[in-house]
Design a protein around this ligand. Structure first.
Ligand code: ADP
Ligand code: ZN
Ligand code: ZN
Length: 745
């Protein structure tokens, strides 16, 4: 029987930590289980067991673990291998991976709640200090270790708590239990006072002046099938009726229903509804593939015979998603699990519904904006005997437990948001997903219309396979992109603010024809920058050295990197002039201007400011889809794989903005962004129109976007990468050095 365990702590600490396993707990522990351990003088943490052994550590006193939380591992061996790979490759500790990987409901920290066990009866009087700890916690209350320490002033609270835990006097209140309240809704049922025919007849007589209540009661009888229950005198025959159902059935007669509850005719009670259970289980058939799609599918299957990874390079709207659906279906039929990764902001109800229609409740959705309890639930379900066959999820879903992963799809593989920048682990989910797939001997399909240079390099040098789809579904033509030179127009004084005459007339026509318009400006806020017109000074963030954005509503400057805000200076700190003016424009200003020029149009704006919650984001998309909005103005958010049928015009207001970002990938990014935005135009039946406003029409990348010439962009970029020693030929590591200056007085 092992005496010691090595654990991972959720901390950025190097090295392993060893604890002693008290014999009472030793049978219960396996690798991958969570245990509660003391750390330092006051803290406790949930640690994960890495190894069981009998090697007495030397040089320090080994502490006992306090408790075991799991009877079965919550971390499977392949997950641990992935953690180890990430820690190694992205140069961080296992503890940091642990912190990122687990939903917080599974990570009890030192702030975990501890409470008294009310059923505890002591055999003998407790030691005085332990009794004091119990008193400090009190009945019906939860306290954290730090709160207890504060209340008692004792320094060895963890040890006292441990001893009390051993005696069964205390329990650790698992966060999970608390945040894991089952979902309930209010149901209604006849009370005993009115469950016979005689009682009900008498009741009806008293209700002659309340026809609404009679109506509600009748509606309840229908929904609950109550006639049989009443005539047979068996209340068990009553069907479950929710208050919502009854409200709907009565056309919203809420006060009548409440009156019946008050009169004790109906009784309201909470009814538990499983969050995961109430998805529809109906499976619709999969769309048949067209010829080009079938060919792509066959080629992918062929590639997978020889290679583990395949790039599907298909123009926007070629039906990549349909191909994925067929591949997923195939994998599931073989008894395999599938992971479908999407960048955070591309994971919308649009795609969820599309997949749910095919895979119903065999699919789970893992989103960082979902409540933590739901993520815990998915984690648990993946460990159970009946895991989801398909997980549709964001970056962090690579950390979920899988047992028989067969296929990974990384949609929009070029998306930069797959890379976590800070904090550690600074992993790239696309690359980590490929590693994960390899651990299962599973296949990975990377899909996009605009591949990242690195992926295309791998796909053309033999590491990955390459499959292309060059036609849009139904051969709808790629949008017609018209270049507008705004520098020249500005010179000739022909620009209306930031709108060219051509764009204006296209918008006007679209509105006349009841078609929709998307305007793209990749900056939020009112006017993005403030500039000194005398000397050219631009305010920058003192933490991040990036230009600050001006927000009109708060009249403040904000750093979009770190979120720091500054007030607007009165005078230029460089030349002391007062000639500070706004420069450029953000989505907010575009919205203002458009609303002024087209007062009858229904205008919506989609950017980080208007989409703080998942719901508001979905509402904007939904309204546009239902054509309750005519003009949608947005940042890059609107370019992410959304599929709208009636967008005729897309206006790109300032195509050059991204080119000047100091990053070796800015050309690639500009191409990707502009192509994706343009791809929103005319997706279903007819060719769309894109007006691309630029100051520099001769810029190669602008031409490449217009001609949809990815090959040329790639060629130019890859040569530059070699020349300037950039990836994929070289690796870049960002080394950040911080220095803490200690001041002596
Ligand atoms: P992509 O993912 O390449 O941008 P989508 O899969 O979203 O393209 O397809 C674009 C549109 O064409 C969608 O509305 C989709 O429903 C439709 N479509 C594509 N292929 C088919 C098919 N085989 N059967 C029916 N509809 C299809
Ligand atoms: Zn100045
Ligand atoms: Zn900053």
């Amino acid at each position: 029987m092992a005496q010691f365990i090595d654990v991972i702590l959720p901390l950025p600490v190097e090295g392993k930590y060893t604890y002693r396993l008290p014999s009472a707990l030793s049978t219960a522990v396996a690798v991958g289980c969570r245990v509660i351990v003391p750390f330092g003088a006051k803290k406790i943490y949930t640690a994960i067991v890495l190894r069981l052994h009998d090697e007495q550590p030397e040089g320090y006193e080994v502490k006992d673990i306090l408790d075991v939380l799991d009877a079965r591992p919550i971390l499977l061996s392949t997950q641990l291998r992935l953690w180890q790979w990430i820690a190694d490759y992205y140069i961080c500790t296992l503890g940091e991976v642990y912190k990122a990987a687990l939903p917080s409901g599974l990570k009890l920290e030192s702030e975990s709640k501890i409470c008294c066990n009310i059923d505890f009866e002591a055999d003998a009087p407790l030691p005085q200090r332990e009794q004091q700890v119990l008193d400090a916690i009190g009945v019906d209350r939860e306290q954290t270790i730090s709160q207890i320490t504060k209340a008692t002033g004792f320094r060895n609270v963890p040890a006292l708590v441990k001893s009390l835990l051993d005696k069964g006097a205390l329990t650790i209140k698992e966060e999970l239990v608390r945040s894991f309240k089952p979902k309930t809704e209010t149901h209604l049922r006849l009370t005993d006072a009115y469950s016979t025919e005689v009682q009900l007849h008498a009741l009806l007589d008293t209700l002659v002046r309340a026809p609404k209540q009679v109506e509600a009661l009748t509606a309840y009888f229908d929904l609950a099938d109550a006639t049989a229950a009443v005539t047979l005198g068996n209340k068990a025959l009553l069907k479950e009726v929710s208050k919502k159902q009854l409200t709907d059935a009565t056309g919203g007669a809420l006060s009548a229903i409440d009156a019946l509850i008050k009169k004790n005719v109906l009784q309201a009670y909470p009814y538990e509804t499983g969050r995961l259970l109430n998805k529809l289980d109906q499976r619709l058939t999969v769309n048949p593939l067209n010829e080009a799609q079938q060919q792509a599918m066959d080629s992918i299957t062929e590639v997978f015979r020889k290679k583990n990874v395949c790039l599907l390079h298909g123009v926007t709207s070629s039906g990549k998603t349909e191909v994925y659906i067929h591949l997923i279906q195939q994998a599931i039929d073989k008894g395999q699990q599938v992971l479908y990764l999407l960048p955070e902001i591309a994971l919308t109800t649009q795609i969820t519904e599309r997949l749910e229609r095919v895979f119903g409740n065999r699919m789970g959705v893992y989103h960082s904006k979902f409540p933590d309890a739901e993520r815990v639930e998915i984690w648990r379900k993946q460990l159970s005997d009946q895991p989801y066959d398909l997980i549709l999820g964001v970056r962090s879903s690579i950390f979920l437990p899988f047992r028989k992963l067969g296929l990974v799809i990384v949609d929009e593989e070029h998306e930069t948001s797959y890379k976590q920048q800070a904090p550690a682990p600074r992993y790239h989910a696309r690359n980590a997903a490929i590693v994960l797939a390899n651990m299962f001997h599973a296949k990975t399909l990377l899909g996009t219309a605009t591949p990242s240079i690195e992926t295309y390099f791998n796909a053309t040098t033999g590491k990955y396979g390459l499959v292309e789809m060059k036609q849009r579904y139904k051969n709808v033509a790629l949008p017609d992109i018209q270049i507008v030179n705004i520098k020249e127009l500005r010179h000739k004084k022909l620009m209306r603010g930031f709108l060219s005459p051509d764009l204006l007339s296209e918008i006007r026509q679209a509105l006349e024809h009841k078609e929709q318009v998307i305007l793209f400006q990749n900056r939020r806020g009112f006017a993005p920058m403030i500039e000194c017109h005398t000397c050219g000074w631009v305010p920058k963030c003192k933490n991040c050295d990036v230009s600050l954005t001006y927000h009109r509503s708060s009249h403040q400057l904000t750093c979009h990197y770190c979120g720091f805000t500054y007030s607007v200076p009165e005078r230029c700190p460089a030349c002391d002039d007062t000639n500070l003016e706004s420069r450029g424009f953000g989505t907010e200003k575009v919205e203002d201007e458009i609303q002024r020029l087209f007062p009858d149009a229904r205008v919506a704006r989609m950017d980080l400011d208007t989409t703080r919650s998942r719901l508001s984001y979905e509402r904007i998309i939904h309204d546009f889809q239902e054509r309750r909005t005519d003009i949608l103005i947005g940042t890059q958010m609107i370019s992410k794989g959304l599929d709208f049928g009636r967008v005729h015009v897309v206006g790109i207001l300032d195509a050059d903005a991204m080119l000047h970002i100091p990053d070796f990938r800015s050309y690639e990014r500009t191409f990707q962004m502009l192509s994706q935005v343009a791809g929103r135009a005319g997706r279903r039946d007819n060719q769309g129109k894109v007006i691309l406003q630029t100051r520099d029409p001769e810029q190669p990348v602008i031409r490449q976007v217009v001609e949809n010439n990815y090959a040329q962009l790639y060629q130019e970029q890859i040569e530059e990468r070699a020349l300037f020693h950039y990836p994929p030929y070289y690796r870049l590591i960002y080394i950040y050095i911080k220095h803490l200056r200690i001041l002596f007085s």
